[in-house]
Ligand binder design. Structure first.
Ligand SMILES: *[C@@H]1O[C@H](CO)[C@@H](O)[C@H](O)[C@H]1NC(C)=O
Ligand SMILES: *[C@@H]1O[C@H](CO)[C@@H](O)[C@H](O)[C@H]1NC(C)=O
Length: 299
């Protein structure tokens, strides 16, 4: 496996990483051109755990899907237009919003965050999902519930009761928040999606996307900012309709919500497992930057 050490030139060096081979049929479901899977869990054999154990550079890594992962105390510099110079902001040390990370006894490798509520906001209209108190909480004894991150779940999921409350709030924000004299209507969903709309969603040019509601995951336990799911982190265009890339999924004893790949893309995540904190930039498109504009070299 080739891994870059960003503090020296040339940066390539080899590291011995324990892996396992699998018969072809087990790998058939991987995307085209993928040859294997790198685990990023809290488990001792995950890639970040093995690197941290070998190098002693701290149990810390950053993930910016679908472009890169960095390990240890590698700085991540992102240029933010109109400043064309790379390296103006070190996102791993500057004031990135962060939330505590929680662990579940039922899914010991998982990364949970303390979401307390869900709301939807559009053009000054706020609609809150009507959930019973504690509906999203992780039961630290049984491991039931909670909100977990997953890079192998392509679209986020919600337990059906949570999804129903969320869908009502989303619908409400659409109805009350749409621009006067325009129509936006709920249309039959295309599987696997459940919530789809058609009509007068304005275009936004910078970044190129749709003007659609923002989904806000309200964080507790000392998080410094709420987690906002913006347009490109959930909208999926299907046959002229805009669908919400979050799906109702039933799983007995499972999480209340899974934040999936669509929601994690182009969002710089900094996992600090020593402090049990997760830094998150929010959708980088809204800051007019992206994962592929990052540089890592200390000058
Ligand atoms: C990267 O390379 C430098 C120079 O060889 C070395 O001092 C440093 O320990 C290496 N860093 C890691 C994390 O291996
Ligand atoms: C998250 O949103 C809730 C509801 O709007 C608000 O009361 C709370 O202060 C926000 N939390 C942070 C950290 O901004």
């Amino acid at each position: 496996m080739e891994i870059s050490n960003t503090t020296e030139q040339p940066p390539e060096e080899s590291l011995a990483i324990v892996g396992a081979c699998a018969p072809g049929h087990l790998l058939r479901s991987l995307p085209a051109r993928a040859t294997g899977v790198a685990g990023f869990s809290r488990g001792p054999l995950s890639l970040p755990s093995q690197l941290a154990a070998q190098r002693g550079f701290g149990n810390r890594f950053a993930l910016c899907l679908p472009i890169f992962a960095t390990f240890g105390d590698t700085p991540v510099y992102l240029s933010i237009p109109p400043d064309p110079r790379p390296g103006t902001i070190d996102f791993t040390t500057s004031d990135v919003a962060h939330t505590p990370l929680l662990t579940s006894p039922a899914n010991a490798g998982g990364y949970y965050i303390p979401v307390k509520g869900i709301s939807v906001s559009w053009h000054g209209v706020d609609a809150t999902a009507q959930l019973p108190a504690g509906a999203l909480d992780l039961d630290v004894r049984t491991g039931r519930g909670g909100v977990v991150l997953s890079t192998v779940t392509p679209y986020g999921t919600m337990r059906p009761d949570v999804f129903r409350a969320f869908a009502r709030a989303f619908d409400d924000a659409i109805t009350r928040g749409r621009i006067p004299m325009t129509t936006v209507e709920r249309v039959p969903a295309t599987k696997p999606f459940e919530l789809c709309y058609r009509g007068g969603f304005p275009r936004v040019k910078v970044p190129w996307s749709w003007d659609v509601p923002r989904i806000i995951l309200e964080l507790g336990d000392g998080a410094t900012r709420n987690w906002t799911v913006d347009n490109n982190n959930y909208v999926v265009e299907v046959g002229g309709a805009l669908c919400v890339g979050i799906l109702p999924v039933d799983g007995p004893g499972g999480p209340a919500m899974v934040i999936g790949g669509k929601q994690l893309e182009n969002n710089l995540l900094v996992f600090d497992l020593e402090k049990q904190l997760l830094g998150f930039s929010g959708l980088l498109d809204t800051a007019l930057t992206s994962c592929n504009r990052a540089t890592f070299h200390r000058n």
